[in-house]
Design a protein. Sequence first.
Length: 316
Amino acid sequence: MRRVALIYNPASGQHSSRHRTAIDRVLAVLREAKIEVEAIETLAPGSAGAQAADAVCRGCDTILACGGDGTVHEVLQSLVGTETALGVVPLGTANALAANLGLGANPVKAVRKLLKAESTRFSVGRISYVDASGVTCSRYFTVAAGVGADALFLSRLDPGLKRRLGYILYVIEAFRLWATYSFPLFEAGFAEPGQAEPRVEALTQLLAVRIRDFGGALNHFVPGASLHCDDLRLVAFKTRSRLRYFCFMMAAVIGRHTFSHDIEVLDAVSVECRSRKNSTAHVFAEADGELLGELPVRIEIVPQAITLLIPAGARP
């Protein structure tokens, strides 16, 4: 880490008024370590990717994404396939990747850990989807991608309320969705390792998970999920039962959840999701907590695509 661009989202998290102080302290730590660093404030939602690409063109060897998982996700899009390292500095409402990397929630402590971090190459997920204008697009992800209820849930989150209420809004919207959503079925075709033909299932929700620890209550949500995996670790919900969803999520919060035939964990090389015949339901897709678009969706792995800064002792 010699020449660094610190890209930060001034509106991220609940206490954006405190962010300038946190950013100044992070910059001071880096400069004390004799690192050449510039602070780049995001200009608007979606601008971080272009700003990261510009920093790479100007010779930065490391981009520190300072914000929540959404900021990291934007920066990631411009770093896949490059040699530029990505570091995570938590400063948002949701910091799942930072939690998984053992960085905690304090941005100053996190950047001190990154000064001693190792640069490690990892695979990333890639999700293809149809956007609002009907165009097929794709995005990379490091935390998780989802098809179904979780994406609809994200579409209902008001950004202003999210900054004011934080996780309380997540809980409110989750219960509202659970009470009103019909959980429509869609088809998913799993290309499993060693199998010639895809296995087709009818699902109401699919998660492709890349990390073990989401922080907080969900610190062991999906067993076997890891950034080191070169296959997809998937959770397939085959039930429309509100009671089954509720019981599973409550058990997950206390770390007592189990998987069965109707909520299954499996590995796949790729998965393709499409609407069922004659279905008129809109089924949405998300990645790293960002709402993307609708079916059809394809999820796969891009091998050895990104360099991440991994703190000493982290087991991502």
